[in-house]
Design a protein around this ligand. Sequence first.
Ligand SMILES: *Cc1c(COP(=O)(O)O)cnc(C)c1O
Length: 352
Amino acid sequence: MSRFLNENMSGLTPYTPGEQPKSRENIIKLNTNENPYGPSPKALKAIHETDEEMLILYPDPDATELTKSIAAACGVRPEQVMAGNGSDETLAFVFMGFGNHIYFPEISYGFYSVFASVFGCQFHAVPLKDDLSLDLDAFKGVDGTVVIANPNAPTGLAVSRDEIEELLKANRDHLVVIDEAYVDFGAESAAPLIDRYDNLMISRTTSKSLGLAGLRVGWCMACKEVIDDMKKIKFSFNPYNIDRVAMAAAKEALDDREHFADTCGRIMKTRGRTERELEELGFRSTHSMTNFIFVEHEKMPGDVYFRKLRERNILVRHFDTEKIKNYVRITIGTDEQMDRLISETKEILKEI
Ligand SMILES: *Cc1c(COP(=O)(O)O)cnc(C)c1O
């Protein structure tokens, strides 16, 4: 650290991203929940059609065309949407603008606590229930902004739209942010509630279900007034937050509903059979509603399984947190990749 960094920043503990190897050669990468099928071919075509003119000019700061496609895909109106440079950026704006006191689950997306410290919010970690599900009652009536991932990460567990609605009713005077990064893999979106609850904000991303983690496009949805506040923050920070190439590609990916439905369907099918096969080997699974599974084995601590898979060139994620240290989180890859995971796991179980 240099002697120039200010006091607030020098105390930060940054987010630790999962390992990103230089190449996928010889490695089965099941550690950061990317989509193995990739984006719509139309998104790639849009990237290939990039010309000089597109790069000379600044992008549309309102992301008008992309916003229209997002609204159409999610069944909301364009004025209820703001796009960002990955949902991480949009979430950062939430902590920046709606901070002060923030309540989120004790075990959830690791970035929430980091954002809270960067933007000087008081954060309150709310414990999960013993079965690792969200304790929604504990969030009702709190004096601050609530941020919840639904489905939650890394547990994969989801709550219903009705349960979210109860939470919105109980917290009428505070913003409730639902991070729906994984909602397209079988959970219920809260999007239909936006017209009725001005305290609801939803965060979404193209990184998981649309296969575009490398592109960095996400968005938030809320009533027009909250979206206007978000735009005020964005235009005070980085008006050109999404580049032209990313905007064009994300729009094509969102418009291609067929590729989207097909790839999400394949991932859900592979998820079901991977869970069943691991259960036959003595694993317990949380029955995830995401593109990853969260599993534990009574004879093998999570860090051991993680390490043994790593030795066999399979990357998964382990979290060194008391309540979940027996688990590993495994991204759903292609069927061939999951076959390799299963066969290597059988070998590992023989060793222990
Ligand atoms: C992956 C993820 C994000 C971040 O998505 P980006 O759009 O890639 O920044 C946000 N929230 C959760 C819960 C995630 O898993």
